[in-house]
Design a protein around this ligand. Structure first.
Ligand SMILES: [Zn+2]
Length: 56
């Protein structure tokens, strides 16, 4: 049980949000805004570039 909160984004409407994500486990997700299931995990930036994935 080691779920962490990760940023996700919706391919359809571009909405970004955070949700729990457990490494190695694929869960079908739906966008809380448009209900599309085209939701992807936001790729993590490389270390040293600072946080640039703020939502809203
Ligand atoms: Zn959406």
């Amino acid at each position: 049980m080691s779920a962490t909160v990760k940023p996700f984004y919706c391919l359809r409407c571009g909405h970004r949000y955070r949700a729990e994500h457990e490494k190695g486990i694929v869960v079908e997700r739906s966008c809380p805004k448009c209900s599309s299931n085209s939701v992807r995990l936001v790729p993590q930036e490389g270390a040293g570039r600072g946080a640039s994935t703020d939502d809203d």
